[in-house]
Design a protein around this ligand. Structure first.
Ligand code: ADP
Ligand code: NI
Length: 210
């Protein structure tokens, strides 16, 4: 592993220490691994993809003040000797890839953005996606489920972000939509099985709830 990757790991571990277990260093590693797998089929600049995947959550507005965080990431990458063109690409990717940004109407365009966005979304679905949803709900002290509170169709990012509903609703407000929002053929294909697993999980959940 190069010193760039080592220094990124150090920074990401330190910064993500304040987040829930679904947004930790291991999430970054899984997103990197998903992204490299997608890139094997789709191509793209592997260095840009890897760096963006590893640091993408350092600018997450759920945990950080975004403007300051984006500046810090830019300074850090320049210090690491990454060229300006790649720094700009990485910043573009990590500031446009989120679900909330898509709800605001923003569409990612570059191949590298589409790959990293799909890689992050793969980690939001399937068995790990389920674990992450309950981790985040626990972090926010939310109910797991409440049959009296129906899901909401969020029209914009702030309604989505400020909703304090139970975690099962999150499946209907985001997670079950993701397979149709994948932006690469490889990502779309990988999402199918994970999506099916979530559907089976929900069925079992309701059966046990009774
Ligand atoms: P993005 O980072 O793409 O904007 P989000 O911030 O909405 O996406 O969510 C990232 C992950 O955080 C989700 O995939 C899920 O694991 C967790 N999460 C976010 N909001 C909720 C919620 N209301 N309930 C449960 N999990 C959530
Ligand atoms: Ni993420």
């Amino acid at each position: 592993m190069s010193s760039l990757q080592n220094n990124i790991e150090h920074l990401v571990r330190e910064k993500l220490a304040v987040t829930d277990a679904g947004h930790d260093w291991w999430h970054a590693v899984r997103v990197r691994n998903n992204a490299m797998k997608i890139a094997e089929q789709e191509g793209g600049d592997l260095l840009v993809i890897e760096v963006a995947a590893l640091i993408h959550d350092l600018v997450d507005d759920k945990f950080f003040e975004p403007e300051e965080a984006i500046q810090d990431v830019g300074f850090f990458l320049a210090e690491q000797g990454l060229d300006n063109d790649r720094i700009n690409q990485v910043v573009e990717i990590i500031t446009t890839m989120s679900f909330s940004k898509e709800l605001e109407g923003l569409k990612v365009t570059s191949l590298e953005s589409r790959i990293v966005q799909d890689a992050d979304r793969l980690d939001a679905i399937g068995a790990i996606g389920i674990a992450r949803a309950f981790s985040y709900g626990g972090h926010k002290q939310r109910e797991m489920y409440n049959p009296d509170i129906a899901p909401v169709k969020h029209a914009d990012a702030s309604s989505y972000r400020n909703n304090g509903g139970h975690t099962i609703n999150h499946f209907y407000e985001k997670l079950l939509f993701l397979k149709d929002k994948m932006k690469t053929a490889a990502g779309r294909q990988m999402a199918q099985q994970r999506h099916g697993f979530m559907e089976a999980y929900l069925e079992q959940f309701y059966a046990e709830w009774g």
